[in-house]
Design a protein around this ligand. Structure first.
Ligand SMILES: Cc1ncc(COP(=O)(O)O)c(C=O)c1O
Length: 428
């Protein structure tokens, strides 16, 4: 069915507007082999679609734990002990694995406490409205769609949502100065941004939050497991232990709720909030999924726990490899004189096209040459950033990265990419 036949014409204003907004994605979904693909088989980070093998640079399994023998081999023992799935909601009862994961996670993050639910989407949709009440939410315009959806739920319960331009903290401050008369104030933002690959100035945001009596709510889905505390003996500038953006930037959890997930770096269906114990206790009944949603499967609790074991023992080595592969790609782009918004050196590299309308052709070329990436169509990125996104994982091989670099050169030759801006900077 074509998306525009989803409902009778004009029967639903917001839906028609949304269908219009997502028209480019819908077109690719119907026409492009690199969108909505069926993966027939994997072999490491190589994937087979039909009779074609491609190197996968669309995976978020940053640490490669999805393929880690130690993690895979550990799972059956958990299933023998607990069965496949606890189908109590968490408020009814949770296998002790949950307690253990929450305690260990709080220690890793250096937070007072932690609370886990199956996905970040569950968390945003329930926790943002609970925190905001009838107060005001200050929303980074490029925050992830799931944060927007959580804010929409909050608005339907009486909150006011004010957007500020991406990382424009002067604009944020101007909005904060306009004090509303009632309710809490929450600043919602991504941590490591899922498209630019950059981290916000958390220090500045925290100062604004403190000055204007607001709570900072930060989604570091992509940073957790990748970036961590800075130490004198760190192996690379991603820092140590992968304990997320607050520790990486030397911030504090005062007045800050950190959200993250295990579904990317840890390859497990589980997500978390780092928060004070008192708030955790309140959210057990105030945030619906703790009672009304099913829990994560045992296999995901198992891979979370075993992933944390791997993280303790050799996570920094995996991050060093991730850093090395990422910098091979960033160096190649710099040599080609091609622009990427990534100034951080983190493993999310978006490559905008000079001409957005070439997205189908560029994607087809990448596909034909055995490279699988995320097509960054509007509204995943602003219209002037339409292109494709490359993500690295520690499980990618040098041969795959070499092929990627060759094909990026071909794309730069055959199509127009945006030229590098002279003073683009990134960490070494
Ligand atoms: C920044 C960000 N937040 C939230 C999500 C959604 O996470 P989950 O699958 O745990 O709901 C994603 C997933 O792609 C994301 O990139």
């Amino acid at each position: 069915m074509h998306p525009h036949t989803l409902t009778p014409a004009d029967s639903n204003g917001w839906l028609n507007r949304w269908l219009e907004t997502t028209a480019d994605l819908a077109r690719l979904q119907y026409a492009h082999p690199m969108v909505d693909a069926v993966i027939d088989e994997i072999d490491g980070r190589m994937i087979r679609i039909g009779d074609r093998w491609l190197a996968d640079f669309a995976s978020c399994n940053y640490l490669g734990l999805d393929l880690d023998r130690e993690v895979i081999d550990a799972v059956p023992a958990y299933l023998d002990r607990w069965g496949t799935h606890p189908s109590w909601s968490r408020l009814l009862g949770s296998p002790i694995l949950y307690e253990e994961i929450e305690q260990r996670l709080a220690t890793l993050l250096g937070a007072e406490d932690a609370m886990v639910l199956p996905t970040i989407t569950h968390i945003h949709n329930s926790v943002i409205p609970a925190l905001a009440g009838e107060g005001t939410i200050y929303l980074d315009q490029r925050a992830h769609k799931t944060i927007f959806d959580g804010c929409a739920v909050a608005r339907s319960h009486g909150a006011t949502v004010l957007r500020y331009p991406y990382e424009d903290f002067d604009a944020l401050e101007a909005l904060l100065r306009r004090r509303p008369t009632i309710g809490p104030r929450i600043i919602c933002s991504d941590g490591l941004n899922s498209m630019t690959g950059n981290a916000p100035d958390l220090g500045r945001m925290a100062r604004l939050a403190a000055e204007y009596d607001a709570l900072l709510y930060v989604d570091d889905a992509h940073g957790f497991g990748v970036i961590g505390e800075r130490t004198a003996d760190e192996l690379c500038d991603y820092g140590s232990r992968g304990n997320s953006i607050v520790r990486h930037l030397g911030g504090s959890y005062d007045n800050l709720v950190l959200v993250g997930g295990f579904s990317k770096a840890y390859s497990s269906l589980l997500a978390f909030l780092a928060l004070p114990t008192q708030l955790k206790q309140a959210l057990k009944t105030a945030a619906a999924p703790y009672l009304y949603s099913g829990p994560s499967p045992i296999a995901s609790l198992a891979t979370t726990w075993e992933g944390m074991n791997v993280n303790d023992r050799r996570g920094d080595e995996l991050r060093l490899e991730l850093h090395r592969l990422t910098h091979r790609v960033l160096d190649a782009l710099a040599e080609l004189g091609v622009h990427t918004p990534n100034t951080s050196g983190y493993p999310i590299i978006e490559i905008p096209l000079a001409h957005a309308e070439q997205i189908d052709e560029v994607g087809q070329h990448l596909f034909d040459r055995g490279i699988y990436v995320t097509m960054a169509a509007y509204p995943l990125v602003p219209r002037d950033e339409v292109g494709f996104r490359v993500q690295l994982t520690a499980a990618n091989t040098d041969a795959e990265v070499t092929q990627l670099i060759t094909v990026l050169g071909e794309v730069a030759d055959r199509f127009q990419l945006q030229p590098a801006i002279r003073d683009e900077r990134r960490a070494a």
